[in-house]
Design a protein around this ligand. Structure first.
Ligand SMILES: CC(=O)N[C@H](C=O)[C@@H](O)[C@H](O)[C@H](O)COP(=O)(O)O
Length: 225
């Protein structure tokens, strides 16, 4: 039985890139266990092997995606219907996919893709970058709208800070639950996003990428010294 995330709270995104010390399903599954011990209400995981391992390791719902760059398309978060079905087959509870209306590598529109997944009763989180994209994805019938891509498309707000204003605008505009994601580095920002109307906040690097956490401390020490 695939699980929904019904609670308000924190979801931890456990992702490492190839070449990083923590890359690999074993490390990500252990990271997920640690996140759940800390109170996470869900885990976000990338890649089929990581999704499978994380599902075995924790009982909370898992949001799965498959990041893949494809020639001729800027869409890389679960870019095709085939990717989405593979993520589903790996056991994920919720599929995260690019929720923008940009051309997709398989030639399907976002609407076609959502329709096919909904026909199979699959839970979908749409990763969007603007209010307009969020409104459109909500209209298509996705289950969550996440601000994941704000700052990562050339036409969205560019900032080093999380886009809490977008969370607030979406929460007022759509009936679908809104997720705050992207550049949440401080607990007080996560709290502000929930106060702005997010159902939950997804935090990645600030919790699960020790090399970046270390770098932040090292820079702060250098600046002060
Ligand atoms: C833009 C994009 O590709 N975001 C990815 C989505 O899965 C991940 O690289 C992020 O780590 C995740 O969204 C959490 O964000 P942050 O690591 O900033 O807390």
């Amino acid at each position: 039985m695939r699980q929904r995330i019904t609670e308000r709270g924190l979801v931890v995104s456990c992702q490492a890139y190839e070449g990083e010390p923590l890359f690999g399903p074993h490390h990500m599954a252990e990271m997920a266990k640690a996140a759940v011990l800390g109170g996470a209400v869900g885990i976000r995981a990338n890649g089929l092997a990581d999704i499978f391992a994380v599902k075995q390791a924790v009982a909370v719902p898992v949001i799965g995606l498959n990041k893949r760059s494809c020639e001729g398309s800027d869409v890389y978060i679960t870019p095709t219907l085939e990717d989405a079905l593979a993520v589903h087959a790996a056991g994920t509870d919720i599929i995260a996919l690019d929720g923008t209306n940009r051309p997709r590598p398989d030639g399907r529109t976002l609407a076609d893709t959502v329709k096919e997944l909904k026909r199979r009763d699959i839970l979908i989180m749409a990763d969007i970058s603007t209010e307009e994209e969020g409104r459109y994805a909500a209209q298509l019938g996705v289950d969550w709208i996440s601000t994941t891509l704000s700052g990562y498309t050339p036409y969205s707000t560019q900032s080093a800070e999380p886009d809490i204003a977008l969370v607030a605008r979406l929460a007022a505009a759509v009936q679908v639950p809104v997720v705050a994601e992207g550049r949440y580095g401080k607990p007080e920002d996560a709290k502000r996003a929930l106060d702005a109307g997010a159902q939950f906040v997804v935090i990645g690097g600030a919790i699960t990428r020790p090399q970046h956490i270390t770098e932040r401390f090292v820079h702060a020490i250098r600046e002060s010294g």
